[in-house]
Design a protein around this ligand. Structure first.
Ligand code: SOE
Length: 401
């Protein structure tokens, strides 16, 4: 176990939305759960010195740096947490693993299959010396999602026939919303597909235990040119009718696809940033031969369950309030009925990661699991380009022997 005086010393790269969410979880996790190692928030890294100094102070980090290489090579760091845009995941993760640091990397794992493959290979090599790597698909750790998985694994749904998953946001409906990094292919890899589609791909595969084998997809970029963000450089600029500098949106705004899963289920997926009025609506419904479950992230303390084995007159969807101590992750929180929120999924993620690292177990999802999601994303993009059914390459073929 690579802990120091039973402390795991964390260095985090990035301090925006995900950096803040991860910081909140690192601050909390060993105070909520009884863990084999406590967490020390040692070092935070960002490119802008005054901003990263402020972030360190605000988010509770002991020190800050503008040099991620210094962070990954430091003898005083055990874990590197990567919360940067996708274009730097591969380089930072591979350097950190080579330096013997355990790595937690935000989703999607990388911007391309080629990068994800190199990351998974580096993680496999590092694992031989006890170094662990995990990808941050935090929604796996929502208690109601973990309960769905348990119900499926216990056979309560029988044979799974249908998976219906959507992830709907609306934050760029306004065409004047600026061309931030999430709309640039070289920074983000893809748009709604990789950012939020990746979540529903991972979540549905996790819950059903089935992998996507092929897809038929359409994608669309509804607003093709947007105003440049203040202070941006390096983007190919044009001018709009009012003389403001604009640049091209190089990713999808929405991706819709159907899929086959290897256990025989049929699935449909929709990921969009143009669902006006829908802020962060991740919804999943799964129908099996013996029952169904339905989950909505905007009501994350609840799970709808239809149990077809109940007597006819009693049948119907029931609403489980997922706040009991027997429910996944909840024994350490509040008394039943005292609900939790979005940030708890990250605390649960850190709990599982710290436990795995400190006890020498493999955390999940591994980089190989995340590579498999990347292969699905890639198949979706290629299917949309070719307007044709596209098989998902098997993940093992992607890894070196
Ligand atoms: C995008 O808007 C985003 O912040 C994703 O990047 C996160 O992964 C998702 O949890 C919420 O939406």
């Amino acid at each position: 176990m690579s802990t120091h005086d039973s402390f795991l010393r964390v260095g985090m790269v990035g301090y925006a939305f995900m950096g803040a969410a991860h910081s909140q979880a690192w601050r909390t996790v060993h105070r909520v759960y009884d863990l084999p190692a406590r967490v020390r928030m040692a070092l935070i890294c960002g490119r802008d010195e005054p901003k990263v100094a402020d972030a360190a102070d605000r988010l509770g980090w002991d020190g800050h740096t503008t040099d991620w290489r210094r962070l990954v090579e430091s003898d005083d760091i055990d874990v590197v947490d990567i919360c940067t845009p996708g274009d730097s995941h591969c380089e930072i993760a591979i350097a950190a693993l080579a330096a013997g640091k355990h790595v937690l990397c935000e989703k999607p794992l990388a911007n391309t299959v080629e990068e994800a493959r190199r990351m998974a290979a580096a993680a496999a090599t590092a694992r031989a010396s006890g170094v662990r790597a995990m990808c941050g698909f935090n929604y796996r750790r929502v208690p109601a999602v973990a309960l769905m998985r348990r119900l499926v694994a216990d056979g309560r749904l029988g044979e799974i026939r249908h998976v219906r998953a959507v992830y709907l946001q609306d934050w760029i409906v306004d065409p004047q919303f600026p061309l931030v990094w999430r709309m640039q292919k070289d920074r983000a890899g893809s748009g709604a597909l990789g950012d939020i589609g990746a979540h529903i791909i991972d979540l549905t595969q996790y819950v059903t235990g089935q992998l996507i084998t092929g897809v038929s997809a359409v994608t669309e970029t509804f607003v093709k040119q947007r105003p440049l963000p203040a202070g941006s450089s390096g983007l190919a600029a044009q001018a709009d009718g009012d003389g403001r500098a604009t640049g091209p949106v190089t990713v999808d705004d929405a991706a819709v696809f159907l899929a086959r899963l290897d256990g025989g289920a049929l699935a449909t997926y929709e990921a969009t940033r143009f669902a006006t009025g829908r802020k962060n609506a991740l919804r999943v419904e799964i129908n099996g031969s013996l029952g169904s479950v339905a989950f909505d992230l905007e009501r994350l303390n609840e799970l709808e369950f239809y149990d077809a084995s109940r007597p006819g007159p009693e049948q119907g969807f029931s609403r489980i309030l997922v706040t009991e101590p027997e429910h996944p992750y909840l024994s350490a929180w509040w008394p039943p009925g005292h609900i939790i929120g979005y940030e708890h999924s990250f605390t649960h993620q850190m709990r599982d990661f710290v436990e795995a690292v400190a006890t020498g177990a493999d955390p999940a999802p591994s980089f190989t699991d995340a590579l498999q999601v990347q292969l699905v994303l890639d198949a979706v993009s290629r299917s949309a380009e070719r307007a044709a059914w596209t098989e998902v390459a098997p993940v093992l073929a992607e890894l070196p022997a």
